[in-house]
Design a protein around this ligand. Structure first.
Ligand code: ACO
Length: 370
């Protein structure tokens, strides 16, 4: 038995949800480039869950269900108010999502129908939790969700407590489409491993949030923004990056396990970053990001991934850094739950082997003789 570190190149399951072939990402056979400019997040989530784009009545039903489920139990809001204000937002979200299960009597109902309802419910409630966490951290009261609006619009409304502008809603909606699913990424794999024991969907999503939090995965978008803040100006980019590379430190937002010639999602976020900067008459963050890309691609041959330009996009939308990875979680909930439903459909427990590298033939020695 020989281990493959990081399971690189290992094909661990079959899936009909999303694929990456020759650097092209598709959801259910639709190219991400097509969906990014044409589809809404609700259409995308429907596509991931049910395998086809929705008709108008199907989309209306989904939007109605998402609205109906968006409120979260008051006990969960009360618990969130007791979390330390300084807690990591992803850690807080992980706890809050785990709590949701306690107030859902159908949490352990393993029928397909019940799990589909819970997938939609989680998709509706996670944006409410993230907006509430953000407001509670600032000492503000959470804002209740509104009916009849998209997830992107509702999220910004609950976050800011006022009607968001159309440009911000459209930009966030496109970002949600781009982050919705990504084959067997680390957090999706974590969710599938969890539910493959026939544990419930809330446990699967809680595991996924824990995996997404790390800076080598979803946490990279916050690390990118931290870097941009540390650099501070366009002139400071070159010395900062050169020093980091000399110290052989990783530059967050670059590189990818699967894409070696560039992440197809990055160009859409790059364009959005430029457009938002131009609209605000301040392209500093975009210009700094482009300069970093030039240096890293030039010197290391590494290309930006989905996290790199999403940092400047969210900041220019007026969203605080601590919410970047939770927003990723809002979007990826669609993909996680689609994969969980798929795992349940044709389940086998996921239990690989380890190549043992420890000591052999040890003999027990009583404690007073050691
Ligand atoms: N900056 C500098 N060097 C890098 C970077 C980077 N961002 N990424 C990879 N490298 C280098 C490594 O140091 C290594 O060099 P070496 O062979 O000389 O030691 C080589 O490229 C291969 O890198 P690995 O880390 O082994 O590649 P792996 O496939 O295991 O990791 C990963 C992929 C985790 C994405 C990695 O590129 C990374 O850490 N990037 C920064 C974090 C990041 O942006 N994560 C988000 C990924 S996208 C997502 O999850 C949403």
């Amino acid at each position: 038995m020989t281990a493959t570190k990081g399971l690189e190149g290992i094909v661990a399951t079959t899936s009909s949800i999303s694929s990456i072939v020759d650097g092209v990402l598709t959801y259910r056979g639709y190219d991400i480039d097509d969906l990014a400019v044409n589809a809404t997040f609700e259409e995308t989530a429907y596509l991931l869950w049910f395998g086809s784009l929705p008709t108008t009545p199907e989309l209306q039903t989904l939007q109605r269900d998402l609205s109906a489920f968006a409120e979260v139990p008051e006990q969960v809001i009360a618990q969130m108010k007791l979390y330390p204000k300084t807690a990591n937002t992803m850690a807080a979200l992980r706890s809050a999502v785990s709590s949701l299960a306690l107030y859902d009597e159908a949490a352990d109902d393993m029928s397909r129908e019940a799990n589909e309802i819970k997938a939609v419910k989680l998709q509706a409630q996670i944006p409410t939790l993230v907006a509430a966490l953000a407001r509670i951290r600032k000492g503000l009261e959470p804002v209740a969700p509104r009916e009849g609006v998209s997830i992107a619009e509702n999220f910004l409304y609950m976050l800011w407590g006022k009607q968001p502008d159309i440009v911000s809603v459209k930009a966030l909606d496109a970002a949600l489409v781009l982050h919705a699913d990504h084959e067997l990424n680390a957090s999706t794999f974590a969710s599938r491993v969890t539910v493959a024991t026939l544990s419930d969907i809330y446990s699967g999503v809680t595991s996924a949030i824990g995996a997404l939090k790390g800076p080598l995965h979803g946490g990279a978008n916050e690390a990118v923004m931290k870097m941009l803040e540390e650099i501070g100006s366009l002139e400071a980019v070159e010395p900062y990056i050169r020093a980091k590379l000399e110290r052989r430190e990783k530059i967050m937002g670059f590189g990818h396990r699967v894409y070696k010639n560039g992440d197809p999602r990055a160009k859409h976020l790059m364009k959005m970053s430029q457009e938002l900067g131009t609209m605000k008459n301040d392209t500093t963050l975009y210009d700094m990001s482009v300069k970093i890309e030039e240096l890293i691609t030039g010197q290391k041959g590494l290309k930006p991934n989905v996290d790199f330009y999403s940092a400047s996009v969210y900041t220019q939308l007026g969203i605080e850094r601590e919410l970047f990875t939770p927003i990723f979680a809002i979007s990826r909930t669609s993909g996680w739950t689609a994969h969980i439903l798929e795992q349940y459909e044709d389940n086998r427990i996921i239990r690989p082997r380890a190549e043992y590298t420890g000591m052999l033939e040890q003999k027990y020695v009583p404690v007073d003789e050691r």
